[in-house]
Design a protein around this ligand. Structure first.
Ligand code: SF4
Length: 440
C-alpha cells in the first residue's frame, strides 16, 4: 500500500483540508503514515495568512530537498499554493506538485501522472472556485475520538485590509445542509465527544432544507438536537454577524459550549476604519453586552492585533481601555505582519517598530493575565463539567476543557480515559491556571 505523510501549517481550516486530502487519497487505496521515512508522498499543506507561516513552509521545503529519498513525491497544498506559478519550480525543483485547495479531488490523478513520468512538475488549479467537498468524508488525523471539526463554509467577503484570505480562498461558499448533517451523523456514530463547526465566519452560513431556507442559528439548533451526547462549538464569528438568534439557541441547548470567537482587533476607531473592520469599538462592546445578556456564562474569545500601520500610542491606549471595559479572559494577541497582495500592503507601510509591537503585545498580555486571574479566583469552589483531553508524561496531572473551553488541571481516577466526561470542583488558581479535584 502506498503511504502519504502530511504536515499542516496554520489554522484549523488547513487541518480540515489535510483531513479532506487524506479522505480522498484513502478512497484510492492510500494509507496515512505519521512517519516521514515510510512515505511515498509528502504533502506540506501551507498557510499564507501570516508571513511566518509562509516562511515556515519554504524553510521546510529547503530541509526536505536535502533529506527526501528520490522516489518520494513532494507536494505543496493549501492557500500558500495559490500564490505559486511555474517559476517556483525553477527555485525549488524537488517539489513536483503544487495543488490548489479547490483541486484536491484531482490529487490522485496528478500523483499518478508524476509517478508514471508523464510530467516532471505540475500545478493543478481547481475547475470550480466554490469547491467545498460537500460529500467528501475526511480521514481524521486526531485518533483519540475527542474532537472532530466539520467545515460548514469557506471563504470570506469581508475584505479586511490586512487579510489575504479573500484572495487565496475566494468569497464565501456554503456547504449544503445535507452534506453537513451527513458528516455530523458520521462523527456522532463514531463516538466523538466534541464537534467543532468551522468556517471563516460561520454566522453567515445559509442553506436550504425541506424546501425552506435555513440560517446558521437553525443549523446549530438542529445539530445540537441530533447530537445530544456531544458538545458543540463553532468558530469563527464576527461582531457584525453574531445574531441574538444564535445566542438564543446557545442558551436553549445545554450541549452547545459556552464559548464564541469574536475578533475585535483594536479598540481604536481610526485603526478599525483603516483595517476595514466595518464596526466601531462601541458597537463591539454593545454586541458583547447583548450576547452576555442572553448567555451570561459565555466565554467570549477575542483577537487583538498590535502594531497595525499608523497605530499611535493613543490608538493602543484605546485598545487597553476596551479590554479593561469588556474584561474578557481569553485573548489571542498578534503582532501585525505585512502580507503582500493585501490592500494594507498597497496603501500603508509597516511603520510601527518591532520593539514597540513587542512592548504593546506584552502590555496586552499582562492586562489580560490580571483580568484572567481575578476571573479564575471567582471560579474556586464551583463544579465544572470537563472532558479529559491531555495527559502529561512524568506528571500525575491531566487537563481537560470545561463547557466554556477553559482548561482545568486535575488528577484522574484509576482507569480513566482521554475523552471521558467528569465533574471537577475547582480548588485553586496558580499562575492563572485552574486546578481542581474530581467529584467521585
Ligand atoms: S473577516 Fe476579515 S480577517 Fe476574517 S477572514 Fe474575512 S477578511 Fe480575513
Amino acid at each position: 500500500m502506498k503511504k502519504v505523510y502530511i504536515e499542516t501549517y496554520g489554522c484549523r481550516m488547513n487541518l480540515c483540508d489535510s483531513e479532506i486530502i487524506l479522505g480522498i487519497l484513502s478512497g484510492h487505496g492510500y494509507g496515512y503514515t505519521g512517519v516521514l521515512a515510510d512515505a511515498d508522498c509528502v504533502i506540506l499543506n501551507g498557510c499564507s495568512v501570516r508571513e511566518i507561516g509562509h516562511t515556515k513552509v519554504f524553510e521546510r521545503i529547503a530541509e526536505l530537498e536535502k533529506t527526501l529519498a528520490s522516489h518520494v513525491i513532494l507536494i505543496i497544498a493549501g492557500c500558500v499554493s495559490t500564490q505559486l506559478d511555474d517559476s517556483f519550480f525553477a527555485a525549488y525543483p524537488r517539489v513536483q506538485l503544487v495543488i490548489h485547495s479547490t483541486a484536491y479531488k484531482h490529487i490522485f490523478e496528478a500523483i499518478g501522472a508524476l509517478a508514471r513520468n508523464q510530467s516532471t512538475h505540475l500545478i493543478v488549479t481547481g475547475d470550480n472556485n466554490d469547491e467545498i467537498y460537500d460529500r467528501q468524508l475526511p480521514l481524521r488525523l486526531l485518533e483519540d475520538n475527542v474532537t472532530a471539526a466539520v467545515t460548514i463554509m469557506k471563504g470570506c467577503d469581508f475584505y479586511c485590509s490586512y487579510c489575504i484570505e479573500p484572495y487565496t480562498r475566494g468569497g464565501r461558499t456554503n456547504r449544503s445542509y445535507e452534506g453537513i448533517m451527513a458528516e455530523i451523523a458520521d462523527i456522532r456514530d463514531k463516538g466523538y465527544r466534541e464537534i467543532t463547526l468551522f468556517g471563516h465566519i460561520v454566522d453567515l452560513w445559509e442553506g436550504e432544507h425541506d424546501g425552506g431556507p435555513k440560517n446558521f442559528a437553525q443549523l446549530l439548533s438542529d445539530i445540537a438536537e441530533a447530537c445530544p451526547e456531544q458538545r458543540i462549538k463553532f468558530i469563527s464569528s464576527h461582531p457584525l454577524t453574531f445574531t441574538d438568534q444564535m445566542a438564543d439557541v446557545m442558551a436553549r441547548h445545554k450541549n452547545i459550549m459556552r464559548v464564541a470567537h469574536l475578533p475585535v482587533q483594536s479598540g481604536s476607531n481610526e485603526v478599525l476604519r483603516r483595517m476595514n473592520r466595518k464596526y466601531t469599538a462601541a458597537q463591539f462592546v454593545e454586541r458583547i453586552y447583548a450576547i452576555k445578556e442572553i448567555v451570561p456564562d459565555i466565554n467570549i474569545v477575542t483577537d487583538i492585533m498590535v502594531g497595525f500601520p499608523g497605530e499611535k500610542e493613543k490608538d493602543f491606549e484605546a485598545t487597553l481601555k476596551l479590554l479593561d471595559t469588556i474584561r474578557l479572559t481569553d485573548i489571542n494577541v498578534f503582532k501585525f505582519s505585512m502580507r503582500k497582495g493585501t490592500p494594507t500592503h498597497k496603501k500603508y507601510s509597516d511603520d510601527v517598530p518591532p520593539y514597540v509591537k513587542e512592548e504593546r503585545r506584552r502590555k496586552v498580555y499582562s492586562l489580560v493575565e490580571k483580568i484572567r486571574n481575578e476571573a479564575a479566583r471567582n471560579l474556586v469552589g464551583t463544579t465544572q463539567r470537563v472532558v479529559a483531553e491531555s495527559r502529561y508524561k512524568e506528571s500525575r496531572w491531566w487537563s481537560g476543557r470545561d463547557m466554556c473551553h477553559r482548561t482545568i488541571y486535575f488528577v484522574p481516577k484509576q482507569g480513566m480515559a482521554i475523552g471521558e466526561q467528569c465533574d471537577i470542583v475547582v480548588r485553586g488558581v496558580e499562575d492563572g491556571k485552574l486546578y481542581g479535584e474530581l467529584c467521585l
